[in-house]
Write a protein that binds this ligand. Structure first.
Ligand SMILES: *[C@@H]1O[C@H](CO)[C@@H](O)[C@H](O)[C@H]1NC(C)=O
Ligand SMILES: *[C@@H]1O[C@H](CO)[C@@H](O)[C@H](O)[C@H]1NC(C)=O
Ligand SMILES: *[C@@H]1O[C@H](CO)[C@@H](O)[C@H](O)[C@H]1NC(C)=O
Length: 167
Protein backbone atom coordinates (compact mmCIF):
# COMPACT_ATOMS: atom_id res chain seq x y z
CA UNK A 1 0.00 0.00 0.00
CA UNK A 2 2.70 2.43 1.10
CA UNK A 3 4.75 1.53 -1.97
CA UNK A 4 1.80 2.26 -4.32
CA UNK A 5 1.38 5.65 -2.61
CA UNK A 6 5.06 6.44 -3.21
CA UNK A 7 4.78 5.43 -6.87
CA UNK A 8 1.67 7.63 -7.33
CA UNK A 9 3.40 10.58 -5.61
CA UNK A 10 6.42 10.07 -7.86
CA UNK A 11 4.28 9.96 -11.01
CA UNK A 12 2.38 13.09 -9.95
CA UNK A 13 5.62 14.96 -9.35
CA UNK A 14 6.96 13.78 -12.70
CA UNK A 15 3.78 15.01 -14.42
CA UNK A 16 4.02 18.42 -12.74
CA UNK A 17 7.70 18.81 -13.69
CA UNK A 18 7.00 17.67 -17.28
CA UNK A 19 4.06 20.06 -17.69
CA UNK A 20 5.87 23.07 -16.23
CA UNK A 21 8.89 22.35 -18.47
CA UNK A 22 6.61 22.13 -21.52
CA UNK A 23 4.93 25.42 -20.58
CA UNK A 24 8.35 27.08 -20.50
CA UNK A 25 9.46 25.91 -23.94
CA UNK A 26 10.07 28.95 -26.15
CA UNK A 27 8.46 29.29 -29.56
CA UNK A 28 10.12 30.75 -32.62
CA UNK A 29 8.70 33.81 -34.36
CA UNK A 30 10.15 35.11 -37.63
CA UNK A 31 9.57 38.63 -38.90
CA UNK A 32 10.84 40.67 -41.82
CA UNK A 33 10.51 44.45 -41.92
CA UNK A 34 12.35 47.47 -43.29
CA UNK A 35 14.29 49.97 -41.24
CA UNK A 36 14.00 53.42 -42.82
CA UNK A 37 17.15 55.13 -41.57
CA UNK A 38 16.72 58.55 -43.11
CA UNK A 39 18.61 61.70 -42.43
CA UNK A 40 15.56 63.49 -41.16
CA UNK A 41 15.11 61.21 -38.18
CA UNK A 42 18.68 60.38 -37.15
CA UNK A 43 21.19 62.88 -35.89
CA UNK A 44 24.85 63.02 -34.91
CA UNK A 45 25.38 63.92 -31.28
CA UNK A 46 29.14 64.27 -31.04
CA UNK A 47 32.41 62.99 -32.45
CA UNK A 48 36.06 62.92 -31.52
CA UNK A 49 37.67 65.46 -33.91
CA UNK A 50 41.00 63.60 -34.23
CA UNK A 51 39.43 60.65 -36.10
CA UNK A 52 38.60 61.13 -39.78
CA UNK A 53 36.89 57.73 -39.79
CA UNK A 54 34.13 59.11 -37.58
CA UNK A 55 35.22 57.01 -34.61
CA UNK A 56 33.24 58.13 -31.56
CA UNK A 57 30.32 59.56 -33.52
CA UNK A 58 27.01 58.92 -31.81
CA UNK A 59 23.87 58.77 -33.93
CA UNK A 60 20.45 58.97 -32.32
CA UNK A 61 17.53 57.56 -34.25
CA UNK A 62 13.75 57.61 -34.28
CA UNK A 63 13.23 55.73 -37.53
CA UNK A 64 10.19 54.09 -39.06
CA UNK A 65 10.03 50.29 -39.39
CA UNK A 66 7.82 49.53 -42.37
CA UNK A 67 6.16 46.50 -43.89
CA UNK A 68 7.83 46.90 -47.27
CA UNK A 69 10.74 48.68 -48.93
CA UNK A 70 8.51 51.65 -49.75
CA UNK A 71 9.05 54.42 -47.24
CA UNK A 72 5.33 55.18 -47.19
CA UNK A 73 4.20 51.58 -46.61
CA UNK A 74 2.42 50.52 -43.41
CA UNK A 75 4.47 51.22 -40.31
CA UNK A 76 4.95 48.28 -37.95
CA UNK A 77 6.97 50.21 -35.39
CA UNK A 78 9.82 52.61 -34.71
CA UNK A 79 13.54 52.12 -34.08
CA UNK A 80 14.38 54.22 -31.01
CA UNK A 81 17.96 54.29 -29.83
CA UNK A 82 21.49 54.96 -30.87
CA UNK A 83 24.51 53.65 -32.65
CA UNK A 84 28.13 54.63 -32.14
CA UNK A 85 31.03 54.35 -34.56
CA UNK A 86 33.09 51.99 -32.46
CA UNK A 87 35.89 50.76 -34.77
CA UNK A 88 38.89 53.08 -35.23
CA UNK A 89 38.65 52.64 -39.01
CA UNK A 90 34.91 53.42 -39.02
CA UNK A 91 33.90 49.92 -40.15
CA UNK A 92 31.75 49.03 -37.16
CA UNK A 93 28.81 50.53 -35.31
CA UNK A 94 27.82 49.47 -31.84
CA UNK A 95 24.02 49.38 -31.86
CA UNK A 96 21.77 49.91 -28.83
CA UNK A 97 18.25 50.00 -30.17
CA UNK A 98 14.68 49.37 -29.10
CA UNK A 99 12.28 48.22 -31.79
CA UNK A 100 9.00 49.63 -30.47
CA UNK A 101 6.11 47.91 -32.24
CA UNK A 102 2.93 49.81 -33.02
CA UNK A 103 1.06 47.38 -35.28
CA UNK A 104 -1.94 45.47 -33.95
CA UNK A 105 -0.53 42.13 -32.86
CA UNK A 106 2.61 43.46 -31.16
CA UNK A 107 1.40 46.97 -30.35
CA UNK A 108 3.36 48.25 -27.34
CA UNK A 109 5.80 45.32 -27.25
CA UNK A 110 9.51 45.94 -27.74
CA UNK A 111 12.64 44.08 -28.81
CA UNK A 112 16.01 45.16 -27.46
CA UNK A 113 18.84 45.02 -30.00
CA UNK A 114 22.51 45.19 -29.08
CA UNK A 115 25.76 44.40 -30.81
CA UNK A 116 28.26 44.92 -33.52
CA UNK A 117 26.99 46.17 -36.89
CA UNK A 118 29.84 45.81 -39.43
CA UNK A 119 28.16 48.18 -41.82
CA UNK A 120 30.17 47.36 -44.95
CA UNK A 121 29.26 43.67 -44.85
CA UNK A 122 26.24 42.53 -46.86
CA UNK A 123 24.65 40.64 -43.96
CA UNK A 124 25.23 41.60 -40.34
CA UNK A 125 23.98 39.56 -37.45
CA UNK A 126 23.07 41.44 -34.27
CA UNK A 127 21.68 40.01 -31.02
CA UNK A 128 18.19 40.37 -29.63
CA UNK A 129 19.05 40.53 -25.94
CA UNK A 130 15.53 40.81 -24.54
CA UNK A 131 12.12 42.39 -24.97
CA UNK A 132 8.90 43.46 -23.30
CA UNK A 133 5.18 42.74 -23.66
CA UNK A 134 4.67 39.85 -26.08
CA UNK A 135 8.47 39.62 -26.26
CA UNK A 136 9.10 39.47 -22.52
CA UNK A 137 12.28 37.42 -21.87
CA UNK A 138 12.82 37.05 -25.63
CA UNK A 139 16.15 36.38 -27.21
CA UNK A 140 17.31 35.80 -30.75
CA UNK A 141 19.04 37.58 -33.54
CA UNK A 142 18.42 39.86 -36.49
CA UNK A 143 20.07 39.69 -39.89
CA UNK A 144 20.46 43.16 -41.37
CA UNK A 145 20.96 43.77 -45.07
CA UNK A 146 21.42 47.22 -46.60
CA UNK A 147 18.97 47.44 -49.50
CA UNK A 148 19.48 51.11 -50.28
CA UNK A 149 22.33 53.42 -49.33
CA UNK A 150 23.03 57.07 -50.07
CA UNK A 151 26.06 57.93 -47.93
CA UNK A 152 26.12 61.62 -48.99
CA UNK A 153 22.56 62.23 -47.84
CA UNK A 154 23.02 59.83 -44.89
CA UNK A 155 20.01 57.76 -45.98
CA UNK A 156 19.65 53.99 -45.82
CA UNK A 157 17.00 51.29 -45.93
CA UNK A 158 17.88 48.12 -44.11
CA UNK A 159 16.00 44.85 -44.37
CA UNK A 160 15.68 43.33 -40.90
CA UNK A 161 15.08 39.58 -40.73
CA UNK A 162 14.38 38.68 -37.11
CA UNK A 163 14.40 35.24 -35.50
CA UNK A 164 12.89 35.50 -32.04
CA UNK A 165 12.62 32.87 -29.30
CA UNK A 166 9.80 33.87 -26.97
CA UNK A 167 7.41 32.42 -24.42
C1 LIG B 1 20.29 65.79 -44.32
O1 LIG B 1 20.85 66.61 -43.30
C2 LIG B 1 21.72 67.59 -43.78
C3 LIG B 1 22.37 68.27 -42.59
O2 LIG B 1 21.45 68.55 -41.57
C4 LIG B 1 20.92 68.55 -44.64
O3 LIG B 1 21.77 69.52 -45.18
C5 LIG B 1 20.26 67.76 -45.80
O4 LIG B 1 19.43 68.61 -46.54
C6 LIG B 1 19.44 66.62 -45.26
N1 LIG B 1 18.96 65.79 -46.36
C7 LIG B 1 17.75 65.21 -46.38
C8 LIG B 1 17.43 64.39 -47.59
O5 LIG B 1 16.94 65.35 -45.50
C1 LIG C 1 -1.70 50.75 -29.96
O1 LIG C 1 -1.84 51.03 -28.60
C2 LIG C 1 -2.08 52.41 -28.33
C3 LIG C 1 -2.04 52.61 -26.82
O2 LIG C 1 -2.74 51.62 -26.14
C4 LIG C 1 -3.40 52.81 -28.96
O3 LIG C 1 -3.66 54.18 -28.74
C5 LIG C 1 -3.34 52.54 -30.46
O4 LIG C 1 -4.58 52.81 -31.07
C6 LIG C 1 -2.95 51.11 -30.75
N1 LIG C 1 -2.70 50.92 -32.17
C7 LIG C 1 -3.14 49.88 -32.87
C8 LIG C 1 -2.80 49.86 -34.31
O5 LIG C 1 -3.78 48.97 -32.37
C1 LIG D 1 15.05 35.57 -43.69
O1 LIG D 1 15.89 34.56 -43.16
C2 LIG D 1 15.51 33.25 -43.51
C3 LIG D 1 16.45 32.31 -42.81
O2 LIG D 1 16.47 32.54 -41.45
C4 LIG D 1 15.55 33.08 -45.02
O3 LIG D 1 15.08 31.80 -45.34
C5 LIG D 1 14.68 34.12 -45.68
O4 LIG D 1 14.83 34.06 -47.06
C6 LIG D 1 15.03 35.52 -45.21
N1 LIG D 1 14.07 36.46 -45.74
C7 LIG D 1 14.41 37.64 -46.22
C8 LIG D 1 13.29 38.46 -46.80
O5 LIG D 1 15.55 38.04 -46.21
Amino acid sequence: MAQTKHIITFLLLLAIVTFSEAAKAPKTTKMVFYWQDWNSTSGTVTNLPSYKSGFGTIYVADDALTESLDRTSTQVGRAHGMYVTSALDGSDFHILMSFVFTSKEYNGSTLEIQGSDRLFEKYREVSIVSGTGKFRLARGFIMMETIFLDIKANNAIIRVNATILRY
